[in-house]
Design a binder for this molecule. Structure first.
Ligand code: PGA
Length: 257
């Protein structure tokens, strides 16, 4: 973390979990244990259908609501899709883009990710752009090449003042939902590499202002060590964000003065 230059953001990614009723229950439980003063921003990204319930339930808690996906067209004949303006109008602040599960199961490419990033920024929200390598790619030694390509593609055509509004989440695919975490050094090395890529593209001032999260089996046990790394500015948390007590423990680890 480096709060002098950028925000620390702890974001939950609920994936396809919880009903609207369970969303309300989670918020009620969280409210009791959430620290009042927060040195980090807290975001909860929920399934589309739970967004209205989440906005109601988390009101007055200084917890921002995020979506887990978006379609890049503004409106039209795209049955089943949801636009950035629709999310913005509800009060959504963040949108996860290019999560590895969407890349793997729903065919999202770097080109699609770039279009979604543009749409989210245009609507005035913050994209949380996910990048990460598979185990095979790590073993082949191409991690940083791949991630540089993912970052360059995601940010193609985005001007510097909008890049400041982007959050990047480094999520090694082999660490997601597996209980295997990258070591703090591995996480920092890639987050630092991402910052270097942004520096080459946009200069040092923009690079130091961008929040870069780590994601992949972050939990109350490993959060403090990961967040102590200079280039790890928060977490994108799946499993541990589904339980209020675990989520709060991670927030507390990020909430050091
Ligand atoms: P995990 O998921 O914390 O359950 O590994 C992280 C993510 O996929 O964003």
């Amino acid at each position: 973390m480096n709060r002098r230059y950028r925000k620390t953001i702890i974001a939950g990614n609920w994936k396809m979990n919880k009903t609207a009723t369970e969303t309300k229950k989670f918020a009620e439980e969280l409210k009791v244990i959430l620290p009042k003063a927060k040195w980090c921003d807290v975001v909860v990204c929920v399934p589309f259908v739970n967004i209205p319930a989440a906005l109601r339930a988390f009101k007055d808690m200084r917890v921002a609501i995020g979506a887990e996906n978006v379609f890049y067209e503004k409106s039209g004949a795209y049955t089943g899709e949801v636009s950035a303006d629709m999310l913005k109008d509800l009060g959504v602040k963040y949108v996860i883009i290019g999560h590895s599960e969407r890349r793997q199961y729903f065919g999202e490419t770097d080109v699609i990710v770039n279009k979604k990033v543009q749409a989210v920024l245009e609507a005035g929200m913050h994209p949380i752009i996910c990048v990460g390598e598979s185990l095979e790619q790590r073993e082949m030694g191409v991690t940083m090449d791949l991630i540089t390509l993912q970052i360059k593609s995601a940010l193609a055509g985005i001007p510097a003042e909008k890049v400041r509004k982007c959050v990047i989440a480094y999520e090694p695919i082999w660490a997601i939902g597996t209980g295997k975490t990258a070591t703090a050094e591995q996480a920092n090395e890639v987050c630092n590499g991402i910052r270097t890529t942004i520096r080459h593209l946009y200069g040092a001032r923009v690079a130091r202002s961008v929040t870069i999260q780590y994601g992949g089996s972050m939990n109350p046990k490993n959060a403090e060590e990961l967040l102590a790394q200079p280039d790890v500015d928060g977490g994108l948390i799946g499993g541990a964000a589904l339980k209020p007590d675990q989520f709060v423990e991670i927030i507390n680890a990020a909430n050091q003065e």
